[in-house]
Design a binder for this molecule. Structure first.
Ligand code: ARG
Length: 459
């Protein structure tokens, strides 16, 4: 295959160097965007009289036919080409002759590839956002089912206060709502066109960059040509957003793994998202959750790779930048795969409320409520805390719980205790009374669900 720069070169590129240099196995993923960008560029060149109207028409028709033939399978990508830009331009010229050679006027592969990648990632952001929304919807539905289901809430992995499973699930709902917002903002910020920055310095032709941007549905243009061809902030930003998203998925995975252990027994995963062991018949392993947790490392690696790729690069374009694509595509694909499995895994996951309740009843997690009871009777919280602490210590010595102490034992600790203490420290009461905004009371959980669903209706 003849190189674009063949004119000035006498020797052939070494085969190994040629393979090393080639990008088509990776950037063929940009084929639709490459055609889309070329259509806009050709239309602008014709509109500005830089090429003839007839050439403009031939270019548009040729590109559309290439797109159709790729779609139908009549044409397949030639992987001997250096990159997707070379393939499309070569195929166009093969089909329409001279006019095809005019398409690259006032353009370079440097601005072309920067454009293709922005267009592609803009589309991927849409798909990612939708996948995050599907997961949020699943979490809202689950949280609704378990809005009243009591479980222990933890701090330091120690039972702390009773909460509802719905509240716990909606905490993840909130995290993913932020991810959704971040991805949307990232897509909006990348939606400006580098096309027309050319190799690095702009062009002598009388182009209209705003026109191509508008044809591509972009909000504006990169204002500096050097920046336009060398900026990959949009890749970095997406990789950072996806790293945060993966961190959330990983935390949820970690909890699912704990919850389905024998030690917790809080949830049961569907057989569709668990595996067995080849030698231990009793095992049901949460492999999918573990893999999501594991794949988080890949996405962090992609972010680090991109940061490192960019940190020492002088302006403007350097071939190092070709490495951006494999990295960001990996982050996108990994996040998409993890989202598409997390949603149905959570959707088919069943809670085991008996076990959650048993765990909640065992750890003095109503001690705060016992102290609050005394405070309500008029003594300062610190004193109430001391009385309750002594009661807990006594329970621990005697193997009792706060529920099983007799009223006499309570009154020995403080005469303020009355028979209504038992209602005050019931797990239901503990949960229902935490109705501060955003609290764990079922009515507040339902409000969160409603808020999340409303938020999903907005862009
Ligand atoms: N394959 C290249 C990339 O992905 C396209 C730009 C090539 N530009 C160049 N001057 N060699 O970055």
């Amino acid at each position: 295959m003849e190189k674009l720069w063949a004119g000035k070169f006498h020797g052939q590129l070494d085969q190994a160097a040629d393979d090393f240099n080639a990008a088509i196995r990776i950037d063929s993923r940009l084929v639709a965007e490459d055609i889309q960008g070329s259509l806009a560029h050709g239309a602008m060149l014709a509109a500005k009289g830089i090429i003839s109207e007839a050439d403009g028409k031939a270019i548009a028709k040729g590109l559309q036919e290439i797109a159709q033939d790729l779609e139908s399978g009549a044409l397949s990508i030639d992987y001997a080409c250096e990159d997707i830009h070379t393939f499309i331009e070569g195929e166009l010229t093969r089909r329409i002759g001279e006019a095809g050679k005019r398409l690259h006027t006032a353009r370079s592969r440097n601005d072309q590839v920067a454009l293709d990648l922005r267009l592609n990632l803009r589309k991927e952001c849409g798909a990612l956002k939708k996948a995050v929304e599907d997961l949020i919807t699943v979490l809202c539905n689950k949280a609704e089912t378990y809005a009243d289901t009591i479980m222990p809430g933890y701090t330091h992995m120690q039972r702390a206060q009773p909460i509802t499973f719905g509240q716990h699930l909606m905490a993840y709902g909130m995290m993913f709502l932020r991810d959704r917002e971040r991805i949307g903002q990232c897509a909006a910020r990348m939606n400006v066109s580098p096309l027309g920055c050319c190799a690095l310095a702009g062009t002598t032709y009388d182009t209209d960059r705003y026109m191509t941007a508008e044809l591509l549905g972009m909000e504006g243009i990169c204002m500096n040509s050097l920046d336009g061809v060398s900026d990959r902030d949009f890749c970095l930003e997406l990789a950072a957003d996806l790293s945060i998203l993966m961190m959330h998925l990983s935390r949820l995975s970690e909890e699912i793994i704990l919850w389905c252990s024998w030690e917790f027994g809080f949830v049961r995963l569907s057989d569709a998202y668990s595996t067995g062991s080849s030698i231990m018949p009793q095992k049901k392993n949460p492999d999918i959750a573990e893999l999501i947790r594991g794949k988080t490392a890949r996405v962090y690696g992609d972010l680090m790779g991109l940061l490192t790729l960019l940190k020492g690069l002088p302006l403007a374009y350097n071939k190092d930048l070709q490495e951006d694509k494999e990295t960001i595509f990996d982050a996108v694909d990994t996040a998409k795969a993890c989202l598409s499995l997390m949603a149905p895994m959570v959707d088919t996951m069943e809670a085991r409320p008996e076990n959650m309740r048993r765990a909640a009843a065992a750890g003095f997690i109503n001690a705060t409520d016992c102290a609050d009871y005394l405070t309500a009777k008029g003594i300062p919280f610190r004193s109430a805390y001391k009385v309750t602490g002594d009661l807990v210590a006594k329970c621990m010595e005697t193997g009792k719980t706060l529920e099983s102490l007799s009223l006499a034992e309570y009154q020995e600790a403080s005469p303020l205790f009355q028979a209504d203490i038992y209602d005050a420290i019931s797990l239901e009461a503990c949960v229902e009374r935490r109705k501060s905004q955003g609290g764990t009371a079922p009515e507040q959980v339902r409000k969160q669900i409603q808020w999340a669903r409303e938020t999903l209706k907005n862009d």
